[in-house]
Design a protein around this ligand. Structure first.
Ligand code: GDD
Ligand code: GTP
Length: 402
């Protein structure tokens, strides 16, 4: 038996997703037409022998309840629940208090998957299980290769040819390797013993270090407090994937992730994609309740949410259009995210640059219209972040419109 845990964090994080995350919690932001949290959930649901998925975070229950209801309906054979941390406990802190009983209740799992939410990946979970079954370690990490310049933003991994992790450093100050922690783990149930050891160890260190005493004794980080000592004890392995993988931290990366997932749907779930018609260039996702004028041209890499209306002659490409928005006739939306209930007037143009390969500090690439933004006819908005409820009638470029 296997169980799955998805770490969704809480409202204090996700600041780089603003202004989108002002109205829609990060786990629910639509990526390729599905809430962000749906992607790891659907991947876990396919794992043979997986009985239960626990989503853990510190969002209010009411934020997640609609999603949980839908997920239970979609995956009726799997137990799915959201468990709330009363405050941020770190990536492993919730294991001792919030989810321990749920995970360890029968059927007691032999293995536990842990997934970060803010990544997009092909989720090679069966491959990880295969490797995990072959070694005697406690855990297997998904390893991905990133550009040398960006590696230090991640947990960095040095391994040997047998996939044994020789060295793990969380966000090191200087470069140690291009292989990084992809934010997906498979652990033996003895993880709980390791967490207990890490807790005791932290308490012992706190007794000597007044600075540590200030920190809550319930906070525990999976990476620094559990994986680092496990790697030092030669008990961690890494499954290296060459398939696609990205972090989803910014609005621009949401558009990239949407593109990667839509491309993947072409092979694994073509039924999810909008059926091809003369004006829809695949891959695109169009919610069945959206109304699209037959003369509009949509795609590739477009995800259109529920209740959206697209007028005649409209062009949409490389974009996410969220629930309830209207794009009026002959408007054009490229490399952008249009938030909930926006109104883009006739002949308006909303465009941006694709996500840059590397974080170009302060420069806006993808245009983001937050909730209920209105654009007057023929307005041009290029590489801008537009805050909620704004009405724009002047052209703007490269700025945050408050
Ligand atoms: N439940 C809960 N409680 N979840 C949390 C908490 C918490 O207190 N803090 C973070 N998370 C969740 C986030 O929602 C995310 O899914 C995951 O834990 C990791 O988030 P961060 O702690 O912000 O770390 P990061 O994303 O900068 O780096 C992590 O992911 C990288 C891959 O994307 C690390 O694991 C890196 O080593 C890794 O390379
Ligand atoms: P395709 O014809 O789709 O292959 O696009 P393209 O190779 O011309 O690419 P480009 O990214 O330049 O533009 C994408 C599409 O949007 C093109 O079909 C353009 O004609 C259309 N387009 C560009 N600007 C506007 C605009 O302001 N309004 C409208 N309605 N369409 C536009």
């Amino acid at each position: 038996v296997t169980k799955g845990v998805i770490l969704v964090g809480g409202p204090s994080k996700g600041t780089r997703m603003r202004p989108l995350s002002l109205d829609c919690a990060k786990p629910l932001l639509p990526i390729a037409g599905k809430p962000m949290v749906w992607h790891p959930l659907a991947a876990l649901a396919k794992v043979p022998g997986l009985t239960e998925i626990l989503i853990i975070g510190f969002y209010e229950d009411s934020v997640m309840s609609g999603f949980i209801k839908d997920a239970k309906r979609e995956f009726p054979n799997i137990g799915i629940s959201y468990l709330r941390e009363y405050r941020p406990l770190g990536t492993a802190g919730g294991f001792t208090t919030v989810i321990r009983d749920s995970i360890l209740r029968p059927p007691v799992p032999q293995n536990i998957f842990i997934c970060n939410i803010d990544i997009c990946s092909s989720w090679p979970l069966t491959e990880m299980m295969e490797l995990h079954g072959k070694h005697r370690g406690v855990g297997t990490i998904l390893g991905v290769n990133v550009k040398k310049e960006t590696a230090t933003n991640y947990g960095c991994i040095v391994s040997d040819p047998s996939s044994l992790v020789l060295h793990y450093v969380e966000k090191p100050e200087s470069w140690i390797s291009n292989m990084v922690n992809g934010g997906v783990y498979l652990f033996d149930k003895s993880l709980f013993d390791e967490i207990k050891i890490a807790m005791d160890d932290k308490a012992a260190r706190a007794a000597e270090d007044p600075l540590l005493q200030l920190q809550s004794d319930e906070i525990l980080q999976l990476e620094q407090d559990v994986i680092v000592p496990l790697a030092a004890a030669k008990k961690m392995y890494v499954y290296e994937t060459n398939d696609f993988w990205r972090q989803i931290k910014t609005a621009a990366s949401a558009v990239t992730a949407s593109r990667l997932y839509l491309n993947r749907f072409k092979t694994i779930a073509p039924e999810l994609l909008a059926s091809s018609s003369a004006v829809i260039i695949p891959p695109s996702y169009i919610d069945p309740s959206a109304i699209i004028d037959p003369t509009a041209k949509i795609g590739p890499n477009v995800a259109i949410g529920p209740g959206v209306r697209i007028g005649e002659g409209v062009r949409v490409k490389d974009a996410i259009v969220m629930e309830g928005s209207t794009i009026e006739r002959h408007a054009c939306v490229l490399n952008s995210i249009v938030g909930n209930n926006c109104q883009v007037g006739p002949w308006a143009r909303v465009d941006g640059e694709p996500e840059p390969e590397q974080d170009s500090k302060g420069k806006i690439s993808v245009t983001v219209l937050a909730t209920e933004v209105t654009l007057a006819p023929e307005t041009l908005v290029r590489s801008c972040i537009v805050l909620p409820n704004k009405s724009l009638s002047k052209n703007s470029a490269n700025q945050v419109l408050l």
